[in-house]
Design a protein around this ligand. Sequence first.
Ligand SMILES: O=C(O)COP(=O)(O)O
Ligand SMILES: [Mg+2]
Length: 225
Amino acid sequence: MASDVPPLVLDIDGTLTDEPGRLDPRAFDVLPSWDAPVVLATGKSFPYPVSLCHYLGLERNVVAENGGVVLANGEVTYTGDKERAQAVADEFVARGGDLGWGSFDDTNYWRETEIAVSLAADEKLLREVATEYEMDVIDTGYAYHVKTPGVEKGIGFKRLCETLSMDPDEFVAVGDSTNDTSTFGVVGQSYAVANADEAAKAAADEVLSASYMDGTLSVLESIQE
Ligand SMILES: O=C(O)COP(=O)(O)O
Ligand SMILES: [Mg+2]
């Protein structure tokens, strides 16, 4: 591998996974030996990317909860109004909505700055309630997220870069959805996988012809050449 590879900031779901969200095992072929920092930037709650770093043998440089939680150099920072997001969820349920995660809600169990809702839920009702509470709802293709306006992966990523004394412009980003557009806006080079939504495709410097991990690997392989 060339030693001058750029640092990476990678989305997880839809980018390192297959369509249902299972980690593509080829991540283990390329990420543990990547010769520059690898940041995982996800909408998932904090333990997911931290665990993934652990099992991939990566430094724990993580943006979780769409920018609500950031870990770099062992320092954790939080942004976002969890109470307000919870109030939206409570009101949504009070009006007959269902978050859709079943009896053990592992999607929100460790979530500290926002609330995620299943795509099977009543989107219209959720958006209605969120608007009343002046909260945003985004659809990542894997969940709806009720989040504080202004909390974004890209902003969290910039914070992470400050902690690491790195320039976001050095990074290459790969992602698949609207929650990656803010990351794409601050890195040097950004790629949307072919399965990406329209927002991600429009924001990326390049739209890949391959989907999911095939797309991500095509970028990583071309960088290494
Ligand atoms: O949590 C989600 O909804 C999507 O997660 P992702 O940002 O890693 O794609
Ligand atoms: Mg994604």
